[in-house]
Design a binder for this molecule. Structure first.
Ligand code: GLA
Length: 386
């Protein structure tokens, strides 16, 4: 859908006016999975697809929410934007409005909002973060609140905690707000200091494979992992004073690992601490132009998420197994929260077509699901379009 078509849809729905447009991207994480809520490192990039939102400010005392592809519509009073509405998608943007109210920033005017997304929903590419960040950037600009980008990302994350009840880390909202074209964001999730690293892939593409098995992040499994990591911190504390798994090095972890009694908790911690090490190693490798090493670390990440963190499952594992059979695949792993969703692979240019056809056919044969493939383009973070 073009911007002109989207504008026409807006006018059809709400009528003419001074219409502005915003966009915020989904993301693919190259490496550093389930490390963000442990104060570790992540290395995601913003995608060229995401969520668009068109807006027109009004003199009514309500905000109207509608969408091209999400069905449900709502009209909420400007002082009522602090409570969820059932289980509908509008809770994501409402959750963001609520964060402004919580800061004591009141809305003097109403607004008409119209959303459209070209990021697949439920695929683990952060459509919800894109929706939240698009809303946050829009509110900030249209109401002239002047908050900075990182604060907006943190507010978007809070909206997810409070309105979607997922205790997510900061990765998705941060990269959706702060991403940069052709760069990945090497983010320290403890301090929020970050480095924009150019992703120069000579003769190599980033291929995203959608298992079409929706990731079930709100199923409670995600929050269960968050709780297991907290249990791991408690189990380590008698031996080393830490407040998050991100504070212990891999070498020190090996000294205390056997002291963690619960074997599940032990394996969860092993994943997180090793993944943090892999992430810093991967960034060093990328900066040195060593893609082969980067690929080996991606593979290690998937195996750890499969064996120790147990967030992969049949579809993601099958996609990765089939990908690894193709000559020209440098590395392949699940990306995002897991339990379905997408994999990310580095594939040599000449192998991309074979990858799509063979992995596609074999995956479908083995799972009965039709996958989708996208060659990722790394785009910018959330912004006003017009
Ligand atoms: C989801 C969460 C993120 C992060 C990833 C796993 O995408 O929203 O905060 O924890 O899972 O790395």
């Amino acid at each position: 859908m073009t911007i002109q078509q989207l504008k026409a849809k807006f006018i059809e729905k709400y009528g003419e006016g001074d219409i502005h447009g915003y966009f915020s991207p989904g993301r693919v994480n190259l490496i550093g999975e389930h490390t963000d809520y442990n104060g570790g490192f992540v290395f995601p990039c913003a995608l060229s697809f995401g969520i668009y939102c068109l807006v027109r400010m009004t003199d009514r005392k309500t905000v109207r929410f509608a969408s091209e592809n999400l069905g449900f519509e709502a009209e909420v009073g400007i002082e009522e934007l602090s409570k969820p509405i059932g289980k509908e998608w509008v809770n994501y943007p409402i959750g963001v409005f609520a964060q402004f109210l919580k800061k004591g920033l009141a809305f003097e005017k109403g607004a008409d909002l119209f959303f459209y997304g070209d990021v697949p929903t439920g695929a683990g590419l952060s459509s919800s973060a894109a929706l939240e960040v698009a809303t946050a950037v829009l509110i900030n600009e249209e109401y002239g609140f002047g908050l900075d980008r990182i604060e907006l990302a943190l507010m978007a994350q809070k909206a997810e905690h409070e309105f979607a009840l997922v205790n997510c880390g900061i990765m998705d909202q941060f990269v959706s707000a702060m991403g940069k074209k052709d760069h990945a964001v090497f983010l320290n999730c403890d301090t929020l200091s970050y480095d924009l690293v150019p992703v120069i892939l000579d003769g190599v593409k980033i291929v995203i494979s959608n298992t079409n098995s929706p990731h079930k992040l709100d199923s409670g499994k995600y929050n269960e992992r968050v709780a297991e990591c907290q249990a791991a911190v408690k189990a380590i504390q008698p031996f080393q004073s830490i407040s998050a798994l991100g504070e212990i090095s891999w070498a020190d972890f090996l000294k205390v690992e056997a002291k963690i009694e619960d074997s599940t908790v032990r394996r969860r911690a092993r994943h997180v601490v090793s993944e943090i090490q892999r992430t810093t190693d991967a960034v060093t490798a990328l900066k040195a132009g060593d893609l082969e090493k980067f690929g080996v670390l991606m593979n290690g990440s998937h195996d750890s998420l499969r064996d120790d963190y147990e967030v992969t499952g049949l579809e993601l594992d099958t996609m990765v197994e089939e990908g690894r059979k193709i000559t020209g695949v440098i590395g392949t792993r699940m990306t995002g929260g897991g339990f379905g969703g997408c994999t990310v692979s580095l594939v040599k240019d000449e192998a991309v077509d074979i990858f799509v056809s063979q992995v596609g056919a074999n995956y479908e044969k083995r799972t009965g699901l039709k996958p989708l493939f996208y060659v990722a383009e790394i785009g910018d973070g959330g912004k006003r379009l017009f």
